[in-house]
Design a protein around this ligand. Structure first.
Ligand code: UDP
Ligand code: MG
Length: 323
């Protein structure tokens, strides 16, 4: 029987904490399933882990729920893992959460209440504060969201997590977005419907450390930004306009100085500064355009976002089907 809710959990080298996490998730999900008479399935997506997360996940006790384990052929990144989870989720409503213990499974109850009882389509978790993070990271995040939302019609809420539930119509909308450069948070907010923020305080990682270094975060942000928003192009245009405007005023002032006041204009410094400003800005803008070209290239290549190496479905009753 098809479930009413699929809970998608991407896993990348989460073997150490997986059993504890699964027990917690199972407990919270089973309680909600029986309280509300819902059928819930868990979809673990192993994103090419090297620590045997996939094997471990396949052996987890399903309890009364159905558990799918989708093992990707290599590490494709979290966005691709989320896409794989969405594709394999059999339910019309889908929830997404991290498998490192930072997203408390107990919040399933809150999400379900907001969806089922209050009619919200997208309840999403928002970090209550970022005080535990270094200043550099917070500044980085601020800049990213400022750029992302610059001139955009719909704001993507700052500090929102991938931890969220999507109602059937929001999930259907998400499934209709075909792009390969996926920025899940952006997409699930862009679909609209009734969205609601739920503040939460992420728990400490149950083990290991984050797989997103500042450098990787920088790359991902550039990807998220350019696949989602034309803001950098607009800013490049604005920058060009500002420099051209300044050059115009500067040029006029030289003309006035030379012909009205008769002051000879020193040539060398202004020429060098002018060249450097123009050269630098042109390279910068070309770099920004290059990022967009890279996104276009990867979209027109039309490659699949991920490949599945193994897929296992364990029914709550205990019977296993291998696909
Ligand atoms: N993850 C993934 N593929 C990756 C990196 C991470 O599926 O290439 C998963 C990871 O297992 C976890 C979630 O994405 O469930 C968030 O990762 P992490 O905790 O490293 O990120 P952070 O919490 O620091 O944002
Ligand atoms: Mg984490």
């Amino acid at each position: 029987m098809t479930p009413d809710l699929s809970i998608v959990v991407p896993l990348y080298n989460e073997a150490k904490g997986l059993e504890t996490f699964h027990a917690r998730l199972l407990g919270a999900a089973e309680a909600e399933a029986s309280a509300r008479g819902l059928r819930i399935e868990i979809v673990y997506v192993d994103d090419g882990s090297r620590d045997g997360s996939a094997r471990l996940a396949s052996g987890l006790p399903p309890g009364t729920l159905d558990v799918q384990v989708v093992a990707l052929s290599r590490n494709f990144g979290k966005e691709a893992a989320l896409a794989a989870g969405l594709d394999h989720a059999r339910a019309d409503a889908v929830m997404f959460m991290d498998g490192d213990g930072q997203h408390p499974p107990e919040m399933i109850a809150t999400f379900l209440r907001l969806w089922k009882d209050e009619g919200y389509d997208v309840p999403y978790a928002v970090k209550a504060d970022r005080l535990d993070e270094p200043l550099s990271r917070r500044l980085f995040v601020k800049t990213f969201y400022w750029l992302l939302n610059f001139g955009a019609a719909t704001d993507i809420p700052e500090d929102a997590a991938d931890f969220r539930l999507l109602s059937p119509r929001a999930t259907a909308a998400l499934r209709r977005m075909p792009e390969r450069n996926r920025f899940f948070k952006g997409l699930s907010s862009w679909v609209g419907f009734r969205q609601v923020a739920v503040p939460y305080r992420p728990s400490a990682r149950s083990h290991g450390k984050t797989s997103f270094s500042l450098l990787r975060l920088l790359g991902l942000s550039m990807e998220g930004l350019t696949s989602f928003s034309p803001a950098p192009l607009r800013l490049a245009g604005l920058l060009g306009a500002a420099i051209a405007g300044f050059a115009l005023i500067f040029g006029l002032s030289i003309v006035v100085e030379r012909f009205v006041w008769g002051i000879p204009v020193p040539g060398y410094p202004s020429v060098v500064v002018g060249l450097m400003v123009i050269g630098g800005t042109q390279l910068l803008v070309m770099g920004v355009m290059g990022e967009y070209m890279a996104r276009i290239l990867s979209e027109i290549k039309g490659r699949p976002v991920y490949f599945v190496a193994d897929h296992l479905l364990t029914h709550g009753a205990g019977a296993q089907h291998r696909h």
